[in-house]
Ligand binder design. Structure first.
Ligand SMILES: [Fe+2]
Length: 442
């Protein structure tokens, strides 16, 4: 699996750092010098001004920043041909490079995806022009060609630079203002066709309409952003509450102090290493924080018993997964953390508890927590025994890969632990314990 991940990373690297820049340069060289007719200097100038205006006036929408650059390029393609779109794309790349000063490789990748999108859309247009389709249908098809091409090319670039899986960056792009993006493309095509039919004087009312729509969007998204900030504050409060609750559970046994936070920490490290997006990384972290919340319903004498548990006592301990699940379910919040609480003791071979889930039936969050939970349990000191050396714990994880633990996640985790020096590991454990005590005392 690791080899597969590396392979796809190198393929993305090849596409983004080599093919994108070459494609951008080739398209510019082959398209721009051939713009026709030659008296279209005013078009070059108009599109330069439009691109400049759009680059400096982005709209902050719900979870993304939208510029109207795409709409300008698109209108250039349908009105004058590929060269006008490529011209606008080329200028936008220069402006972005000037404004945000990204790394050279990012500028070149951005040029590749934008100019490539224009070229493919122009190519599609040359075929559609011959089909005799009504203009409205042709424009609608071209909008989708532009959007899909741009989404795919951009996702590959984002996936490469941020070490994500391509489908994850694509999903994130699609959920970041696609409807607004498409809407602007439709306005752009309608506006362009009107200008085409009624000449340049039709441009003024269209610009006014654009500005009004832009203002409405601004207000709408400003309200949404304010609402999102409120929700975030409430979530932060809930998370603080959960952290304090988990700390009080851990504190019932001084020897497991900090357990939940360490489990959460390792789980987060795994989630980051396998390239999950930030919201998923956060969910896994908080899943780790409250995975043992059900221990609140287990008697102290069983929970803190030194030595071997009887069969009945072990059966009682096992109930913490379903007790925690019920507590969380009845609370009606953090439903997305239910699999963490219920399934973190499931085993890959189906012999875990409480549901004897096997293989892919075990949620990813639970598979990750099973590893981080077992590791911390093995290396932590207990009243009746000292913690196991890290090397021994890793050996046991490796032995359990395939039967108890997911083999790919286990390999990822072992690599993470091996990247910590013994000193760092000791310091981390000590620090988490002190933080935990501080939370409990407050
Ligand atoms: Fe547990």
């Amino acid at each position: 699996m690791l080899q597969k991940t590396d392979f796809s990373y190198y393929i993305k690297k090849l596409i983004v750092t080599f093919i994108y820049p070459i494609a951008a340069a080739s398209i510019i060289i082959s398209v721009l010098p051939n713009w026709e007719p030659r008296e279209h200097w005013n078009v070059l100038l108009s599109y330069a001004l439009l691109t400049l205006f759009c680059a400096f006036a982005p709209i902050n929408i719900f979870n993304a920043r939208l510029t109207l650059g795409g709409a300008v390029m698109f209108s250039g393609i349908i009105m004058f041909g590929t060269w006008a779109g490529v011209w606008a794309a080329f200028l936008e790349c220069l402006i972005i490079a000037f404004l945000y000063k990204p790394q050279f490789s990012k500028t070149m990748a951005n040029a590749g995806q934008l100019i490539g999108t224009c070229w493919i859309t122009g190519f599609a247009k040359s075929y559609l022009d011959m089909s005799g389709l009504p203009v409205f249908i042709e424009d609608t098809v071209l909008i989708f060609v532009f959007w899909i091409t741009n989404t795919i090319l951009c996702s590959i670039g984002i996936a490469y630079f941020f070490r994500l899986k391509t489908y994850q960056s694509m999903k994130s792009m699609i959920t970041s203002g696609t409807m607004s993006y498409l809407l602007f493309m439709f306005f752009s095509s309608i506006g362009t066709r009107i200008v085409g039919a009624f000449d340049i004087q039709a441009l003024l009312p269209i610009i006014v309409i654009f500005l009004v729509i832009r203002q409405i969007f601004h207000q709408y998204f400003d309200n949404l952003i304010a609402l999102e900030e409120k929700v975030e504050k409430i979530n932060d409060l809930n998370h603080s509450f959960l952290t304090a609750l988990a700390a009080s559970i851990d504190a019932r046994d001084a020897y497991t102090s900090g357990h939940s936070q360490r489990v959460a920490h390792w789980a987060r490290e795994i989630a980051i290493a396998i390239g999950l997006p930030k919201p998923e990384v956060d969910r896994i972290y908080y899943g780790g924080i409250i995975h043992d919340i059900g221990k609140i319903g287990i008697e102290d004498k069983i929970l803190n018993k030194a030595g071997r548990l009887s069969t009945e006592e072990f059966a009682k301990i096992k109930e913490h997964t379903t007790i925690g699940y019920q507590i969380l379910k009845q609370s009606g919040v953090f439903e997305d953390l239910l699999p963490a609480v219920r399934s973190h003791h499931e085993r890959l071979d189906g012999s875990g508890y409480p549901d004897q889930l096997a293989g892919d039936h075990i949620p990813l969050i639970a598979k990750i927590l099973a590893i981080s939970d077992s590791f911390d349990a093995m290396v932590s000191d207990r009243p009746y025994r000292s913690g196991m050396p890290v090397e021994e714990a890793l050996k046991r994880l490796r032995d359990g890969a395939g039967s108890q633990f997911d083999p790919y996640l286990t390999e990822v985790f072992i690599k993470i632990i091996e990247s910590y020096s013994a000193e760092d590991m000791h310091r981390f454990t000590k620090q988490v314990r002190n933080e935990q005590l501080a939370v409990t005392v407050q």
